[in-house]
Ligand binder design. Structure first.
Ligand SMILES: [Zn+2]
Length: 403
C-alpha cells in the first residue's frame, strides 16, 4: 500500500529552509516520492493523508539514554530508585520507556549503558523488530566497560583493567551483538568516591576498546567530564564524548581535528540541580563544580565548530520530553538557531549513530519516521515538546488528539 501525505510544511532535517506544497509518498516504510506532483496524476491507488497544514520534522533521535532506568512506581525520584529493582523491573522499564518515547516523537534512541547484567534491551529489541511491541529503533551499547572502582552505575557494568582485559571486555560485548560500545574516561557525578575532574582509563586502555569496535565498523562513546580524560579519549580514537563538561582549549582543538561528536546531556545536569528528593549531597556538590563551566564550554565548542548531537542521559519515566527539552537547552546555552538545534536531534544524531543512510532526514530513500507539530519550531523551540502525531515508517503510532 502506498500512502501520500499532503498539506504540510516540511523541515527535512538537512538544514534546508522549510518547504510547502510537497507530496510525500511512502511505501514499505520508505519515502518513495517527495515532490510537487499530485499523487493522483501518478498513481490512483495511493491513499491520501491530509496533514492539515501542520509542520513535519524527522523523528527525534536521542544519543544518550538509559532505557533500563526508570522509576520504581512506588517510590520518590531518588537516584537509587531510578536504578533499583531486579532484572525483570529493568526489562519492564525498557518497555515503558519505549512506549513513552514514541509518544514524545523520539523514534531512534542510542542506549548509553544498561544497568542490568542480562541486557534486557537486547532481547526486547528482537520482540520490537518482530512486531510484538511498538518501539523506537535502538542502537545498544550493552554493559558499560569501566575500570575497577570506576564510574558506571551500581549494577550492570563490566569491569576491566589494563589493555588485555579491556580488549576482552570489548570483544565480549561485541560478541553479544551490541551496536556500539560505552566506556568511561573520568569520574562521574553519580558515582560516590569518584571525582568529575579525575581521569580514569589510561589512553592505551581506551584505545584498546576503540580498536576492537572500529575493527568491526562500530563506534565507541566515552563518558568524560575532566579535561585530561577528554583528551585521552580523543587521542584514543573515541567517537563521541558524553557530557564534555570541563573541556579545555586543547580538548576543543582535538574535537575539531578528530571530528568526534559531543553529547552535552544538559537534561541530567538540570535534573540534578533541581535536587529531587533523595539526591545525595555528593551529587549536588559535583554538579555545582561542572554546571556553569559546562554551559561556558559548550558555547565555546559550538563556536569552534565541534560536532554536536542530542542526548539526555535519562529516560522518559523520570524525564518527560527530555529529548525535546535537551534541544531547547542546547539552543539556549550556545546561541545556536532553532534549526541547528533540530539538526542535533535529527541529522547529526543519525550521523553519530551511523545510520544517516536511512534515518535522520526526510528525503527519498529514507525511512518515513516523522513527527507532526501544530506549531512552528523555528519560531518556538518548545513546540518539539508538544508533538501532535508520530509516524514510524509512515504508520501512525501516536495521535495526541486521540490519546
Ligand atoms: Zn549516561
Amino acid at each position: 500500500m502506498k500512502t501520500c501525505f499532503t498539506n504540510f510544511t516540511l523541515i527535512d532535517g538537512t538544514g534546508a529552509p522549510p518547504k510547502t506544497g510537497l507530496y510525500m509518498e511512502v511505501e514499505n516504510k520508505v519515502i518513495t516520492y517527495l515532490g510537487n506532483r499530485h499523487p493522483v496524476e501518478r498513481d490512483a491507488s495511493v491513499v491520501e493523508v491530509d496533514l492539515g497544514g501542520r509542520t513535519v520534522i524527522p523523528g527525534l533521535m536521542d544519543c544518550h539514554m538509559h532505557l533500563a532506568m526508570g522509576l520504581k512506581r512506588d517510590e520518590n525520584t531518588s537516584i537509587a530508585a531510578l536504578q533499583s529493582g531486579n532484572e525483570i523491573d529493568f526489562a519492564a522499564n525498557v518497555l515503558i520507556n519505549l512506549n513513552l518515547l514514541l509518544k514524545e516523537g523520539v523514534t531512534y534512541v542510542r542506549d548509553a549503558g544498561t544497568i542490568a547484567d542480562l541486557m534486557p534491551e537486547m532481547t526486547l529489541r528482537k520482540y520490537v523488530e518482530e512486531g510484538w511491541f511498538l518501539g523506537s529503533h535502538m542502537c545498544l551499547s550493552g554493559r558499560i566497560i569501566t575500570m575497577t572502582g570506576g564510574h558506571g552505575g551500581a549494577t550492570g557494568k563490566l569491569t576491566a583493567d589494563g589493555v588485555e582485559e579491556c580488549t576482552k571486555a570489548a570483544r565480549q560485548m561485541l560478541a553479544a551483538g551490541v551496536d556500539c560500545l560505552k566506556t568511561i574516561g573520568t569520574g562521574g557525578v553519580g558515582t560516590e568516591g569518584t571525582e568529575v575532574d579525575s581521569y580514569q582509563y589510561e589512553e592505551e586502555e581506551l584505545a584498546a576498546i576503540a580498536r576492537e569496535a572500529h575493527k568491526v565498523g562500530k563506534k565507541v562513546m566515552a563518558h568524560c567530564h575532566g579535561a585530561r580524560g577528554i583528551k585521552n579519549a580523543l587521542r584514543a580514537g573515541i567517537d563521541s564524548i558524553e557530557h564534555c563538561t570541563l573541556v579545555d582549549d586543547e580538548g576543543i582543538e582535538l574535537l575539531v581535528k578528530t571530528g568526534a561528536y559531543i553529547v552535552p546531556t544538559f537534561c541530567i545536569q538540570e535534573w540534578i540541580m533541581e535536587k529531587p528528593v533523595g539526591i545525595p549531597d555528593s551529587m549536588v556538590r559535583k554538579e555545582l563544580i561542572i554546571h556553569d563551566k559546562h554551559i561556558e564550554n559548550f558555547k565555546k565548542c559550538y563556536e569552534a565548530g565541534v560536532k554536536i548531537a542530542c542526548g539526555t542521559d535519562g529516560s522518559p519515566t523520570f524525564m518527560p520530553h527530555g529529548t525535546a527539552k535537551e534541544v531547547a537547552y542546547m539552543v539556549q546555552n550556545s546561541g545556536m538557531s532553532n534549526m541547528e538545534g533540530i539538526l542535533c536531534a535529527t541529522r547529526n544524531a543519525a550521523d553519530l549513530i551511523g545510520v544517516l543512510d536511512k534515518y535522520g532526514t526526510l528525503e527519498i530513500g529514507k525511512v518515513a519516521d516523522f513527527v507532526v507539530l501544530g506549531e512552528d519550531p523555528l519560531a518556538d523551540i518548545t513546540a518539539l515538546q508538544r508533538p501532535q502525531q508520530v509516524y514510524l515508517g509512515g504508520k501512525l503510532v501516536h495521535d495526541a488528539a486521540k490519546a
